[in-house]
Design a protein around this ligand. Structure first.
Ligand SMILES: Nc1ncnc2c1ncn2[C@@H]1O[C@H](COP(=O)(O)OP(=O)(O)OP(=O)(O)O)[C@@H](O)[C@H]1O
Ligand SMILES: [Mg+2]
Length: 264
């Protein structure tokens, strides 16, 4: 039996879809049979991040309303052996779904795959509830800033109320230069505010945006590519140390980044 992991946030735009596509590609690359489900019905874009927008024929509403078989809604990635995708409907609200059929959908997903990763919309609306009620674990994606963490805290409380046992934090778009100059909160302070375990940190990295536009998740390298690989290892239960900023300073990565971000 596989696990359903929901990727959620309080605020929009923190990087949930980015994290979902990268975790999926990395877990599949490590040999795990992985499915990514777009829970952001109506505003779907995980298909684009995976380069699969022209491959969608059916979505999970077609299985839940009984018009298609389960296998019909699974889209196999042409680029990766172990990676599958299930699209969100564009016009059928998840709130209208039959409860039993929804439960059957998630059960089938967990039976078929090692990891099922659901890309939730921001906040605690219908798309979030569609996946959160069946989730085994959650990953909260937040920025290192007070408002992002405060909104994340409300989502964490809701997940706890729903009985999700394992809730971990990913801090995205970290800029060490700004932490050093005390403009951005440091990682320890973020963990203190939310009191949940840290799953990983992801630096601000222009190659992320490029990968999203190309529909090709990053699988290796320095910076964000390495961060996504590490996060996937930890999700799979392996011990990997949290990235050290020093290494990037030494490698010149952050010097280059400083030039890009701060223009100097
Ligand atoms: N570490 C990063 N470095 C640079 N750009 C990033 C990083 N993470 C995410 N982005 C960019 O931030 C933007 C928003 O990311 P994304 O769409 O994944 O957020 P989201 O949380 O799914 O948004 P929504 O709440 O609207 O669903 C994208 O353009 C993405 O390329
Ligand atoms: Mg998204």
């Amino acid at each position: 039996m596989g696990k359903l992991i929901i990727i959620a946030s309080g605020k929009g735009g923190t990087g949930k879809t980015t994290v979902t596509s990268h975790i999926g590609a990395n877990l599949a690359d490590k040999g795990y049979l992985t499915a990514l489900v777009d829970a952001d019905a109506g505003f779907r874009n995980l298909d684009i991040a995976l380069g699969l927008e022209s491959s969608i024929v059916f979505d999970y509403s077609d299985y839940i309303n009984g018009s298609m078989e389960f296998d019909d809604i699974l889209i196999k990635s042409p680029m990766q052996e172990n990676l599958y995708f299930v699209a969100a409907p564009q016009s059928v609200p998840t709130a209208d779904f039959d409860e039993e059929r929804t439960a059957a959908f998630w059960e089938n997903m967990k039976n078929r795959f090692d990891y099922v990763i659901a890309d939730a919309p921001a906040g605690m609306g219908d798309g979030f509830m569609f996946a959160a009620r069946y989730a085994d674990e959650a990953v909260i994606v937040a920025f290192a800033e007070t408002s992002s963490l405060r909104d994340a805290d409300r989502v964490i409380t809701e997940l706890e109320n729903l009985g999700v046992d394992m809730i971990r934090l990913v801090i995205n778009r970290i800029k060490p230069e700004l932490i050093e100059s005390k403009i951005m909160m440091n990682v320890d302070d973020c963990i203190d505010v939310l009191s949940i375990p840290l799953l990983g940190i992801i630096p601000e990295d222009e190659s992320v945006a490029v990968s999203m536009i190309k529909g090709q998740p990053l699988m290796s390298g320095e910076g964000a590519g390495k961060a996504f690989s590490n996060i996937s290892e930890r999700l799979a239960g392996n011990q990997v140390p949290i990235m050290s900023f020093d290494r990037f300073y030494k490698s010149g990565f952050w010097k280059k980044l400083k030039e890009i971000v701060l223009g100097r």
